[in-house]
Design a protein around this ligand. Structure first.
Ligand code: AMP
Ligand code: MG
Length: 403
């Protein structure tokens, strides 16, 4: 049997970064910059007012006081967005709004609160030193400065800065495009009535959600019955659009194992099927189909999602350059005694009480108990050689509540 660590390496080696691509700001959110970004212009772009008020020459209002108003004629009105920038004549004021360009010759802004708010003439009740309430061009960013670094995550603030600099696109490592195929003749789409022996297809919806949650993109979520021709038709239809294909089902030891049957013949298409020393998720497959990486997961829903967590999620995030490729790991005190099979690394679903530092297993170890996984917040990671962990001992957990 192959160890979990080795299979993790094989999957990680298979999934490689896409070429860096100039990407619109909305789509770039959550991805990682491929290049440094130098500011194409300065911020602020021009000297502008930090207040609603009056642009003046500081000298003209030096004697202003609450009982000794300086009265000036209001020669211009400068709202934000005015593009013909006037010149202030000595002995006059311009009414000016926050963000509006400073008129040439003005050396300070008097906030409207320190005036009578006049529109023909204005009475000013307080002096303002030179430079007061003026936001200077370039005081935030000087043109040419490197403001963002390669490897940095595109956050809402990064999007804001890029837009402020007039950049409509950022060059990022694109999302991996993932095709999620479910296999099984018993599967029916939710929304259709079930006949005896049929069940609702849930892996595709679940794995697609996990793909998106990992920061990647879903190409499609087709289902194929346990029929090699049908499965091959689905691959032909979608595989070319994908950077990675994930299948679920059809890889264990029974008959009608469609994924194994499709690729298993002498490894003709370069997919190898292995047993990984883990529970759940022992039967795994990995390889390439017409050059596209493929990872074949077992069909039991818990096995499928735990396998995704262990093998695919970290590899996808690494290929996208995303921070925290692995879920945060921590140690917690086990509240009960657990047993685990010898020779298999076991991932039990658990509830972590982060404040108390304790963890309790949640639900049975069997791999069809999806209900428990839905309300667990961690995986207990029990080493392969351990067969019993007494209550009160420390166990390692993967925190699924964190990205
Ligand atoms: P398999 O790996 O194909 O033998 O499937 C193992 C178990 O998982 C069987 O009980 C299947 O019915 C179930 N299963 C497989 N694929 C899905 C799926 N896409 N949605 C829900 N259950 C599935
Ligand atoms: Mg099946």
């Amino acid at each position: 049997m192959r160890s979990v660590e080795e299979h993790q390496r094989v999957v990680a080696d298979l999934i490689t970064a896409r070429r860096a691509t100039a990407t619109g700001l909305a789509e770039a959110l959550g991805l990682v910059l491929a290049d440094d970004v130098a500011a194409p212009l300065s911020l602020p772009v021009f000297d502008n007012s930090a207040m609603d008020g009056y642009a003046v020459r500081a000298d003209d209002i030096a004697s202003a006081a609450s009982d000794n108003a300086v009265k000036l004629p209001v020669a211009e009105d400068i709202p934000a967005g005015r593009t013909d920038i006037p010149t202030l004549q000595p002995g006059t004021a311009h009414r000016i709004m926050t963000g509006a360009p400073m008129p040439a010759g003005a050396t300070a802004v008097v906030p409207v609160e320190n005036t009578d708010a006049g529109t023909e003439t204005v009475a000013i009740y307080a002096p303002a030193p030179e430079g007061r309430h003026i936001r200077r061009a370039g005081e935030d960013v000087t043109a040419g400065t490197t403001v963002l670094r390669a490897g940095q995550l595109v956050t809402p603030a990064v999007v804001g800065l890029a837009a402020a600099l007039g950049l409509a696109e950022l060059t990022v490592l694109p999302r991996q495009r993932v095709l999620v195929i479910s296999t099984g003749s018993e599967l029916v789409s939710p929304g259709t009535p079930l006949r005896p022996g049929q069940i609702y297809e849930s892996n595709a919806a679940m794995l697609a959600a996990a793909v998106r949650d990992a920061g990647a993109r879903v190409v499609a979520t087709p289902t194929a019955g346990d029929d090699v021709a049908q499965f091959a038709a689905v691959l032909d239809r979608y595989a070319a659009e994908a950077d990675l294909i994930i299948t679920s089902g059809g890889v264990s030891a029974g008959a009608y194992e469609v994924v194994k049957d499709a690729f298993g013949r002498a490894g003709d298409q370069g997919v190898e099927f292995v047993k990984v020393a883990m529970q759940p998720g022992m039967p795994q497959g990995v390889g390439r189909v017409a050059g596209t990486p493929i990872v074949t997961l077992p069909g039991n829903p818990v096995s499928a999602l735990v396998s995704f967590e262990v093998f695919i999620r970290p590899a996808l995030r690494t290929a996208m350059g995303l921070p925290a490729a692995d879920r945060p790991r921590r140690s917690a005190v086990l509240t009960e005694t657990l047993t685990s099979p010898s020779g298999k690394r076991q991932f039990r679903r658990g509830v972590l009480d982060a404040a108390a530092g304790t963890v309790t297993s949640y639900g049975p170890p069997a791999s069809h108990h999806l209900r428990w996984l839905a309300s667990a917040n961690c995986l207990l990671d029990i080493p392969a050689e351990v067969t019993e962990i007494p209550a009160g001992s420390q166990v390692e957990v993967w925190d699924l509540s964190a990205p």
